[in-house]
Design a binder for this molecule. Structure first.
Ligand code: Q9C
Ligand code: ZN
Length: 676
């Protein structure tokens, strides 16, 4: 079983770094996460560990315009070339302020050309076979940079430029298929766009998405973005629903998405957009990948493309985590095995959901995805996601997600995890779920469903089941079959994912219609249940000039709580009610209640809309601050998709508003088009 001698030689690993890339800094010395200390910290760590001595040090150089021009416009290249010149001294600030998350100083041009040129140099050497693999310690980062626009701390798209160069300018090297793995915590919108129609580049990104609210926000990072024309199937997004994802989540994605696809694609080289802002303790990412996690992710890729792998630095803003992670990757390339460590914990339930969504979306392009993942992995292996309210500081555009604390992680991963798996197994059997829970709720005994963390007896449900409220619906819930899914569970046409249903599945006691003096509007067209359907909101502020039609359902406060969670976070359970009877007093008095623990969802604001027959009318909508952001343009206002609009029309027409079709269409059109 002797291997050939060349298999045993120690690998040639390239390493490139240049202090001149530290010249790019904020003009006023203001602190910024993307600062020169990032690459200095990496280099210091690598030197302290003796890594440069074991590597081939590569010369850095500035990229040529003609090479950059394969993905960027002439104008953009000109801007980046000139931005640091004396002539631009007084315009720099203003130009930067018009861009999204960008600063410039006298050193920006040189650093940007060096970063791009260095990644090209490194990639070329690996492609040629002069090196086995390499790491480019560069900044500014690149993956947010668009053809004609700097954004997200990125000036030139270093990795995209290098990929284009190998394909178009160095055909003789025989690089015909490039896999770009983007494990930066943010979606690489620039890279995706540059190769969206190009099957020669398979762009894979795993990133926080948070239903379209995490930077760079919008739909680009959705799993529905699979590429177009010739490139269809060659763009793969794995969008996390929330923060706190760690090694187990990333490795599950590797095992069930990235590795099978890489096997099938058989790339000639792998370029990694290696941001380390998903690392534990990163101030922007809110995730918790360890150096061991990165090293296993890297090792799993090393068996492809003859080991030809290039890591180009993107983000990563905790200096220690960043340096330790890069060190782990360098060691992995040099030693051909992961650094020491253990895989702790299990993936979130949401991770299995996301993996399934991605595989399902792409299965016509990648036959390996046609096989359904076994149920046991999906359910018994998952831990529930709970929003933890701790001092938070991650980079969501809408709401902050918590930093994971070790205490909570070990709690989530071990104690609770082991306790709940037998319970959740008991409940995976859909067949029994029809009548059993209803029966139990009559006896005031609640049973936890999938992934539940509650005990089998939940006292609060009993008292809330005796209180009636009107739930006022103004979105797709106006359509009765759709609303019933929130009580009974299951799916209606147009829905992407089934609802889990309420514990008490009794239908509403009464249904009626009413109009209220609030503004209806639509935005953020992505939800777990509807996909890219659209989301309806009421302005929490009332106005006598506005009119929204509502379908009122008389249900119990217990059911209202079960709807509240389904509207906010898919498929979760909770241990205490979000709105208890004593909260209703507060809501009546103050007009609304922002449910703190549901802040991760769109509908965390419970609104009081008066009463009917002595029973309070409640609804749920976004927060007043969301409305402010929408008014200012920070959040997009967008029209619902046709399918979603049709559901709304069905609700308005079939369920008794007595509107004519024209009136109903006009009503929705008005809500869509009128400025907030
Ligand atoms: N609410 C990289 O990691 N955040 N870029 C802006 C606005 C920008 C991150 C926050 C984050 C850019 C390469
Ligand atoms: Zn990033």
């Amino acid at each position: 079983m002797d291997s050939a001698p060349e298999d045993r030689r120690s690998p040639r690993v390239g390493l490139a770094y240049d202090e001149r890339m530290c010249l790019h800094a904020t003009p006023d010395g203001e602190s910024h996460p993307e600062n020169p200390e990032r690459i200095r910290a990496i280099w210091r760590k690598l030197e302290a560990e003796g890594i440069p001595d074991r590597c081939v040090l590569l010369k850095t150089k500035e990229a040529e315009d003609s090479i950059i021009a394969s993905v960027h416009t002439k104008n953009h290249i000109k801007l980046i070339r000139n931005i640091s010149s004396k002539a631009f001294e007084f315009r720099r600030l203003k130009i930067a302020s018009k861009l999204n998350s960008i600063y410039f100083n006298e050193g920006s041009s040189e650093a940007a050309f060096l970063a791009a040129g260095t990644v090209i140099e490194v990639a070329e050497n690996v492609a040629k076979g002069d090196l086995d693999s390499a790491i480019a310690v560069v900044r500014p980062p690149g993956h947010h940079a668009e053809a004609n626009e700097a954004m997200g701390f990125c000036l030139f798209n270093n990795v995209a430029i290098s990929a284009s160069y190998l394909l178009d300018k160095r055909a003789e090297l025989g690089i015909n298929r490039i896999l770009i793995v983007d494990w930066d915590v943010h979606h690489g919108n620039g890279t995706q766009n540059m190769f969206y129609r190009d099957p020669r580049v398979l762009y894979f990104s795993v990133h926080r998405f948070d239903f379209g609210t995490f930077y760079p926000a919008g739909w680009d990072g959705s799993y529905c973005m699979i590429g177009e024309d010739q490139g269809a199937g060659y763009n793969i997004n794995v969008p996390w629903e929330h923060g706190q994802c760690g090694d187990a989540d990333y490795l599950a994605v590797w095992d069930h998405i990235l590795i099978p696809v890489t096997e099938a694609y058989n790339p000639d080289i792998i370029l990694i957009s290696a941001g380390f802002d998903a690392a534990v303790d990163d101030p922007l990412g809110g995730c918790c990948v360890t150096p061991y996690g990165y090293s296993v992710m890297l090792k799993k890729l090393m068996k492809f493309a003859d080991g030809k792998i290039v890591l180009a630095l993107e983000g990563g803003y905790n200096l220690n985590s960043l340096a330790n992670s890069v060190f782990a990757c360098a060691k992995t390339l040099l030693e051909g095995k992961p650094v020491a460590g253990n895989l702790e914990g299990r993936p979130f339930e949401s991770t299995w959901r996301v993996i399934n969504e991605v595989r399902n979306e792409l299965k016509t392009y990648w036959p390996v995805f046609s096989v359904d993942l076994p149920k046991e992995i999906l359910i018994a292996n998952a831990k529930p996601y709970q929003i933890q309210e701790i001092n938070s500081s991650s980079d969501s555009d809408v709401e902050k997600d918590p930093q994971p604390s070790n205490a909570i992680n070990s709690f989530m991963n071990n104690e609770v995890g082991d306790l709940i798996s037998p319970l959740s197994k008991l409940n995976v059997d859909e067949e029994n779920s029809g009548e059993l829970p209803a029966l139990r709720s009559q006896q005031n005994l609640a049973v936890p469903s999938k992934g539940s963390v509650c005990n089998s007896y939940v006292p609060w449900r009993s008292s809330l089941s005796k209180v009636d409220v009107w739930y006022g619906s103004y979105g797709s819930n106006m359509w009765r079959p759709r609303f019933l899914c929130y009580l009974e569970g299951g799916k209606v046409e147009g829905m992407n994912n089934p609802c889990q249903g309420a514990m008490d599945k009794t239908p509403p006691k009464y249904i009626t219609w009413k109009s209220v003096p609030h503004r209806l509007f639509f935005t953020r067209s992505y939800t777990h249940t509807w996909g890219h359907g659209g989301v309806a909101f009421l302005n929490p502020q009332s106005s006598i000039n506005e009119k929204t039609f509502m379908c009122l359902y008389k249900i119990t406060l217990e059911q209202f709580n079960d709807i509240l969670i389904q509207e906010n976070i898919a498929n979760e359970q909770f241990e205490s009610p979000f709105v208890a009877p004593e909260d209703i007093e507060f809501i009546v008095k103050n007009g609304s209640l922002r449910v703190e623990s549901l802040k991760g969802g769109w509908y965390s604001n419970v609104l009081y809309l008066g009463e009917q027959d002595g029973i309070p009318i409640l609804t749920m909508t976004c927060s007043a601050s969301d409305v402010e952001q929408l008014k200012s343009g920070e959040l997009p206002v967008c029209a619902p998709s046709k399918a979603y609009e049709n559901t709304l029309l069905k609700g308005l027409l079939e369920e008794g508003t007595r509107l004519s079709t024209e009136e109903a269409i006009g009503y929705l059109k008005d809500a869509v088009t009128r400025k907030l």
